[in-house]
Write a protein that binds this ligand. Structure first.
Ligand SMILES: [Mn+2]
Length: 356
């Protein structure tokens, strides 16, 4: 296992690389260049990022994320140009030592929460929270408007208020698209990029839908074992893998996370792991918990044991943490609770190894 940490780059991440390096057992990052979907990343920018990270004593073998342009998901004729750019980016990243690219194939929205700083009554810390009841009858446009008014903290990443008109158009383009239609567009993408990955030694790792069910009537195709069984067959290659996020898949209690890890790990289709805990509060209602098993509803020992048994060499990062000790920062991505998470997960790992 390689313990890694998500980092957004020195221009936008307040956490210095030096602090990340000081977390015991930390080997590297899941890092990125902040570029719009669809553009080819400049090689000199990639080289500069890798150098900056390496100079801090950390590796950059995982990129999270290289985003997939909406036209690719929509299957528009313009997709070929964006796919070509994606392949250019894969080749350049490979040249600079990148082994895994995390991405997702969610239409329009990335993750969605209804509160970004819900106070946890037991200890006064706060974390990301979702209650479908709070969405009520609201559609996505209404939620983006509310976000603009900063009234309730709804967050739809990537949809700033000034892009509202574009959002309306994009949502219309998805009208009538079925899961199978989206899957066909996914296959077209994979058929184009996976051969480049095979040639360059890179693995694509697809992150699950978060939360793990369809929202706003949009098709979503990556939130269960059955979904991913279809996904890995779309282009059958060891380079076509999952970024198995325990918190995203785990938001649906029907997903048995250790069993899903074993299933896809035994097929060698796990490229990277995000490990975090979830506290269920009701139907489609949860908050993110500290990593420790007893603070949430996922069995973190069973999760780490499954990783140990089937994908012992994979990349793991502590996913979202709570905000503790009055830290101010990007919701889910503070230093302190994620560092505690890494230490805990490393402790479980050591115990599992010693137990053998
Ligand atoms: Mn994740």
């Amino acid at each position: 296992m390689k313990m890694t940490f998500r980092w957004y780059g020195s221009a936008s991440d307040p956490i210095p690389l030096k602090y990340i390096k000081q977390i015991p057992g930390m080997t590297g990052l899941m890092g990125l260049l902040d570029r719009p979907a669809g553009v080819a990343w400049a090689e000199e920018d990639i080289a500069a990022l890798v150098k900056e990270v390496n100079d801090a004593g950390l590796e950059l073998e995982v990129i999270e994320s290289v985003n997939v342009h909406e036209d690719i998901k929509l299957g528009l004729p313009t997709r070929d140009e964006y796919i070509e750019n994606y392949n250019v980016t894969i080749r350049r990243l490979a040249k600079h030592g990148v082994k895994v690219i995390v991405y997702n194939f969610m239409p329009v929205f990335d993750w969605l929460r209804t509160d970004l700083a819900r106070v946890i009554p037991e200890d006064g810390s706060n974390s990301l929270y979702f209650d479908e009841k709070d969405l009520g009858e609201m559609g996505p446009l209404e939620i983006v408007r509310r976000t603009a008014e900063d009234s309730k903290g709804f967050t739809l990443p990537g949809w700033e208020p000034e892009r509202l008109a574009l959002l309306e158009t994009t949502l219309k383009q998805y009208e009538g698209m079925t899961q199978d239609d989206l899957r066909a567009n996914f296959k077209y993408f994979l058929d184009a990029v996976i051969p480049v990955c095979e040639e360059t030694g890179v693995r694509m790792a697809c992150h699950p839908d978060d939360p793990a069910w369809p929202i706003f009537g949009l098709p979503r195709i990556c939130h269960s074992q059955a979904d991913y069984d279809k996904m890995v067959k779309l282009h059958d290659s060891p380079a076509n893998t999952l970024c198995l996020c325990t918190g995203s898949l785990g938001s649906d209690p029907n997903n048995d996370i250790p069993s899903i890890i074993r299933h896809f790990g035994e097929m060698d289709r796990i490229g990277a792991m995000h490990v975090r805990n979830i506290k269920f509060l009701g139907y489609h209602h949860f908050r993110e918990a500290a990593h420790l098993s007893c603070t949430g509803d996922l069995d973190m020992y069973a999760i780490m044991k499954a990783i140990h048994d089937v994908v012992p060499d994979t990349y793991v990062r502590p996913d979202h943490g709570r905000m503790i000790w009055d830290e101010q920062g990007r919701p889910g991505y503070g230093l302190y609770d994620r560092a505690l998470g890494a230490a805990y997960l490393n402790g479980l790992w050591e115990a599992i190894e010693r137990g053998e």
